[in-house]
Design a protein around this ligand. Structure first.
Ligand code: ZN
Ligand code: ZN
Length: 121
């Protein structure tokens, strides 16, 4: 009889599909549904969130998950520029797909630059 396997959605590692193995390697959510990613991967992503990273552009301190978004922001990108471009001019020159959502909103006209400044305080 062939043993069936289930694989982790993230690392693709295969585990035996039985209650004991699933409990050990995946665990269950509150509604008894199995987690899609194995315990190793979930631990790794928790570690990333907590890891403290110093931005090499501007020197500010972030956690492992927010650093990528942080680096796309005006503040970080223009930190070392002697003459900072006007925010709106800078914004229009960026790759839209890579922008944080609130910058997209400004370009889409859902947010004014003033709204944005109020939003970030
Ligand atoms: Zn995994
Ligand atoms: Zn930075």
């Amino acid at each position: 009889m062939a043993t069936s396997h289930i694989s982790c959605a993230m690392c693709k590692r295969k585990y035996s599909d039985n209650t004991e193995s699933v409990t050990e390697h995946f665990g269950y959510k509150a509604d008894n549904e199995r987690f899609k990613c194995c315990i190793r991967c979930r631990a790794k992503s928790a570690e990333q969130t907590e890891k403290v990273v110093v931005c090499e552009n501007c020197g500010c301190v972030r956690n492992g998950k927010s650093i990528a978004i942080h680096k796309r922001r005006y503040y970080c990108q223009t930190y070392n520029m002697e003459e900072k471009p006007d925010f709106e001019i800078w914004l229009k020159a960026q790759n839209y797909a890579k922008l944080p959502w609130e910058y997209k909103k400004i370009l889409d006209g859902d947010f004014t630059v003033e709204d944005y400044k109020n939003y970030i305080g």
